[in-house]
Design a protein around this ligand. Structure first.
Ligand code: URA
Ligand code: SF4
Length: 231
């Protein structure tokens, strides 16, 4: 299939108006985990789905709990094959309690469709932070760090065959270091035994055709990886 046709199929031809791409943030230097945090991490690491859901919905481990309407846990096939990890809920997600249901979500659906995937079928969608950052700002490293045990537990319970990190906060959370997308896209990483591929966040794809094309390459790479290495 030609690149142009693929971009059309990804629904990326028209210019969508989305929130501005997130400002650059840096990851805090690794610090020793305080005893209380270690205890919380251990508790989360032992939770089943129901406990995890309840813990997230009542969580106040970071400041993002203050302005949220509700925490957005994640959604999809619980034996997924594919796990896509975004940044954090936006206004519509905060309202509806489901990830990627706003404009960025329509783009994500188009990206999924372009590689023959559909929301909910062999696909799980989650975010680096479960609560909406005010004014859709980029989550702070301290916030992604506070939320990370939930994502890690989701990954352990889901046992995906491949993880796709969408954008910088997701990539930094999963790789546990500061990265530039341009440096880490198109490569295969290992997340505790699970293949991990990084690409641009769908909201970022509106910028220009070059990035859309790169994101298409990344998705092809992910699809190839899934069929060659995993199936
Ligand atoms: N952007 C994200 O990263 N996640 C969502 O759930 C919605 C928009
Ligand atoms: Fe808790 Fe995560 Fe929400 Fe912060 S973003 S309050 S860590 S669920």
């Amino acid at each position: 299939m030609s690149r142009e046709r693929m971009l059309r199929e990804m629904g990326l031809a028209p210019l969508w108006k989305l929130r501005a791409a997130s400002a650059v943030s840096s990851l805090a230097a690794p610090t020793a985990v305080a005893p209380a945090a270690a205890e919380r991490n251990a508790a989360i690491a032992a939770m089943d789905w129901e406990q995890l859901r309840q813990s997230v919905s009542g969580c106040s481990a970071c400041g993002l709990c203050q302005a949220r309407k509700q925490a957005v846990f994640g959604v999809g096939d619980e034996k997924p094959g594919w796990l896509f990890v975004g940044e954090g809920p936006g206004a519509e997600e905060d309202e509806r309690g489901e990830p990627f249901v706003g404009q960025a979500g329509r783009l994500l659906d188009a990206m999924l469709a372009a590689i023959g995937l559909q929301r909910g079928e062999k696909v799980y969608i989650a975010n680096a932070v479960k609560c909406r950052p005010p004014d859709n700002r980029t989550p702070e490293p301290s916030e992604t760090a506070a939320c990370r045990p939930y994502l890690e537990r989701q990954i352990e319970l889901l046992k995906p065959k491949l993880i796709v990190a969408l954008g910088r906060p997701a990539a930094q959370t999963l790789l546990a270091r500061e990265v530039k997308i341009a440096d880490v896209r198109g490569k295969l990483f290992d997340h505790r035994g699970t293949p991990l591929i990084v690409t641009y966040h769908p909201a970022y794809l509106l910028r220009n055709l070059t990035e859309k094309a790169k994101s298409w390459e990344d998705l092809c790479f992910a699809r190839r990886t899934m069929s060659e290495k995993v199936d």
